[in-house]
Design a binder for this molecule. Structure first.
Ligand code: GDP
Length: 334
C-alpha cells in the first residue's frame, strides 16, 4: 500500500467523497503531518472538499475521566447508526503522550462502534501542542463530513484548556457529570458549566440513582444563576445511564431541539461563521509562531539574548524587541 504522500489530492478526494474509511484515515494522517509538502496537500484537499463540508451535527463531549464518556459514546453512537446515521468520533487529548494507555482503553470501551460499518473512530494525534491538535481536529471534522458522516462527536480527554478549544469547534457542547462527587471533586469550574448546551448526569442507575437525581436538581438551580450559554436555548440537564442505555433518545432529542431552536433564531449559522473566523485567526497565529520558532537567526539570538536576560544584563522587553526585529528582517527564511 502506498503512503499518504504518494496519493494525489484528486485520488484522495474521490475516495473520500465515496466514503472510503481507509482514505479518510489517510487524509487525517496527512493533515496531522508536519511536513511542508503534506501541509500543502492538505490545504489543497480542504479547498477541494469545502463545498461538501458543514452538513453534520458537531457535538463536543467533556467531563472528568471516569464519568462514563466512552461508554456513553459507544451506546449513543450505536443508537444513531441503528437509525442509519453515519457517526464519527474524534478525540482531543492535549496530554496524550502521557495518557496513551487510557486512549487505547477508550477505544476498547467503544468496541461496538469500532466494529460498526457506519461508525469511524479516530484517537487524537500524538503531539501535545494544543494549538496544533485543535487545528488538526477541525480539519478531521471537515474530512469526516466530506466522507458523509452526519454526526461528529468530539471527545475531550484532557481537562482544562481543551474544553474551551472544543467549545469553539462544535455546534453543541455536552458536559457529562456524575452525582455525589461534588463540584470540586469533579474539577468542574463554573465556566465549563456555563459553556454547556446540555448536561448529562450519568450513572443514574442502581445505588447511584439518588445521588444523580440530587445532582440534577442542584445543577438546575445553579443554572438559574448562571448566564445561559446561548441566546434562546436554555441548557437542559438529563439523567443518563450509559450502562443501562437510559436517556439516549432524550439526549438525541435535546440536540435536535437545539438545532431547531438555534436554526430558526439564526444562531446556528452565526456560531458556525464565528468559529470559521476564529479558526483562521488561530491558524494564522500558529503559523506565525511556527515561522518565528523555525527561523535560524531568531533561534540563535534567542539563546544568546536569553542568557543575558537570565543573568540580568538585559531587559526582557528590549531583548524581545530585538528578536522581533531580526525576524522582521529575515522574514520567513529558515
Ligand atoms: P470516561 O473516562 O469518561 O470515558 O469513562 P468510561 O466510559 O471509561 O467509564 C468509567 C467507568 O464507569 C467504567 O468502569 C464504566 O463501565 C463505568 N460506567 C460508565 N457508564 C456507567 C453508567 O451509566 N453506570 C454505571 N454504573 N457505570 C458506568
Amino acid at each position: 500500500m502506498k503512503n499518504p504522500p504518494s496519493f494525489s489530492t484528486s485520488e484522495l478526494e474521490i475516495a473520500l467523497r465515496a466514503g472510503d474509511r481507509v482514505a479518510l484515515s489517510r487524509c487525517i494522517t496527512l493533515a496531522e503531518s508536519d511536513r511542508a509538502s503534506d501541509q500543502k496537500k492538505t490545504a489543497t484537499l480542504l479547498s477541494r472538499i469545502h463545498s461538501h463540508t458543514g452538513r453534520s451535527i458537531r457535538i463536543g463531549i467533556s467531563g472528568v475521566p471516569g464519568a462514563g464518556k466512552s461508554t456513553w459514546i459507544n451506546v449513543f453512537g450505536s443508537m444513531l447508526t441503528r437509525q442509519g446515521l453515519k457517526v464519527a468520533v474524534l478525540t482531543i487529548d492535549p496530554s496524550s503522550e502521557k495518557t496513551r494507555g487510557s486512549i487505547l482503553g477508550d477505544k476498547t470501551r467503544m468496541d461496538d462502534l469500532a466494529r460498526d460499518p457506519l461508525a469511524f473512530i479516530r484517537p487524537s494525534p500524538s503531539r501535545s501542542i494544543l494549538g496544533g491538535v485543535t487545528s488538526h481536529t477541525r480539519e478531521a471534522i471537515l474530512l469526516c463530513e466530506a466522507a458523509g458522516y452526519e454526526v461528529i462527536l468530539v471527545e475531550t480527554v484532557g481537562v482544562g484548556q481543551s474544553e474551551t478549544a472544543v467549545r469553539h469547534m462544535v455546534d453543541f457542547f455536552l458536559l457529562m457529570l456524575i452525582g455525589g462527587a461534588g463540584d470540586e471533586l469533579q474539577g468542574i469550574k463554573k465556566g465549563i458549566i456555563e459553556m454547556a448546551d446540555g448536561i448529562l448526569v450519568n450513572k443514574a442507575d442502581g445505588a447511584s440513582l439518588g445521588a444523580a437525581t440530587r445532582a440534577r436538581a442542584e445543577l438546575l438551580q445553579a443554572l438559574h444563576l448562571y448566564e445561559q450559554s446561548s441566546g434562546e436555548w436554555k441548557t437542559r440537564v438529563l439523567l443518563t445511564s450509559a450502562a443501562e442505555k437510559k436517556g439516549l433518545e432524550e439526549s438525541w432529542q435535546m440536540i435536535l431541539d437545539f438545532k431547531d431552536t438555534t436554526t430558526s433564531s439564526g444562531q446556528w449559522a452565526t456560531q458556525r461563521s464565528s468559529q470559521q473566523l476564529r479558526w483562521m485567526e488561530e491558524y494564522f497565529n500558529h503559523q506565525v509562531q511556527h515561522s518565528l520558532q523555525s527561523n535560524a537567526a531568531v533561534r540563535k539570538q534567542l539563546k544568546a539574548l536569553g542568557s543575558n536576560v537570565e543573568n540580568g544584563q538585559l531587559n526582557p522587553v528590549a531583548a524581545a524587541n530585538t528578536l522581533f526585529k531580526i525576524w522582521s528582517k529575515t522574514g520567513r527564511q529558515k
